[in-house]
Ligand binder design. Sequence first.
Ligand SMILES: *Cc1c(COP(=O)(O)O)cnc(C)c1O
Length: 465
Amino acid sequence: MTLNLDETATETVAGPRTLGFTTVQVHGADTTDLGYGARINPVYLSAGFVFEDFDQARDRFAGDDPGYVYSRINNPTNAAVERLVAELEGGAAATLVGSGQAAVTVAVLGIVQAGDHVLSAPSIYEGTRALFRHNLARFGVEVEFVDEPNDPEDWRRRVRPNTRLFYGEVIPNPKNDLIDLAAIAQVAHEHGSPFVVDATLATPYLVRPVDHGVDVVVHSTSKFLAGHGNAIGGVVIDAGRFDWAAHTDRYPHLAAPASGPGTPSFVEKFGGLAAFAYSRGAVASRLGPSLSPFNAFLLQQGLETLSLRVQRHSDNALTVARWLEQQPEVSSVDYAGLESHPQHDLAVRYLPRGAGSVFAFTLADGLDAARTVIDAVEIFTRMTHVGDVRSLILHPPTTTHSKLPAAERERAGIHPGLIRLSVGIEDVDDLLADLDRAFRVLRGERPPSLLARGGTAATTPAEGL
Ligand SMILES: *Cc1c(COP(=O)(O)O)cnc(C)c1O
């Protein structure tokens, strides 16, 4: 199946049809070898897979027989979802792993080794920042953060002889300080490094980073891709384009014999997918963060409605952001979909369908005002998660970003009055009513609850069963 992201173009394609994004999200995991004629990709909860005879066992271990071996390495449920995600992202191949953190770890460790230097955009997920600063540092990998990610010169002048990877996030949380993917990819490639991005808050429905020169895309599938707040997971997608063969001196693990003396290297066997094959076969399989086939099944169910949900999330978020901008207590709204946002031009260029639904706003009166609003909402859920069908609310300064030194937090624009929203797919008028009520509490009013409580409809009568 080939995919054309521009759904309006499918009407005019001649010859073999180029399917639209929504058709692919529904059909991209279809396989013809489902037992019993099942229509849905079954959950193969089997640790291992039977070898029919002695030779088949040997051939599967040698990679000469494509069948399955052991679910830490591969699994038919997961394989179908890997094909689907790779196709939606316009990538060549994908590996599902147990979480978004595992996806970042596996992708990066497939490329770098002790002694290497990594350049990263400054606004990244706090879990990734800690991974870079603490865990990678202990492995001898130094990660340096650029100050001005949209100034190519800032990346360029920090490049060292041992720089091996560029890293960034498509929609940073909570400030939406978007990065110019194509400009950074160009600098990375000038210096023989791949560009790896975390596209969790964008999803392939809003933008496919590989179309803009990115080499490797990672996601926390726990967020929009699974979409329902039920299944932790992660994925690494590789465009298959980076010329590893031209840089074997810089990535010696890809140029060395892959399976002992005299055997071909990852570059010889896999070409543009050398680092992907290494991250899958030599990193993920050994560190072992496999995704349960059950979570892969839940991920596939979520993916089947991705375009519908993310469009609704984005439309609702824009409405909420515009409303927040009108409130006198709000000193800023950091939503890239607003004309007032400093990177709105990048949103227009990279995110024409919408800017996602995770963003922050700041209350001028600081922490106490934030506490009042967060404690007053009734439909938004107080929770550290994003990309859920439900609307969520959180105070980053005292939670996700509480471990950042105060000066760094201020520099990142995470002021005491900052509140993060992940706008869900509810009726947007209800979300506005919830926020309006919370702002009235902030103004000292005592508005009635929006929700009828007291158990009228919640009991099931025994009669009539
Ligand atoms: C949540 C998140 C992660 C980590 O993913 P988990 O599935 O929670 O491990 C990484 N990057 C971004 C942008 C995220 O939002």
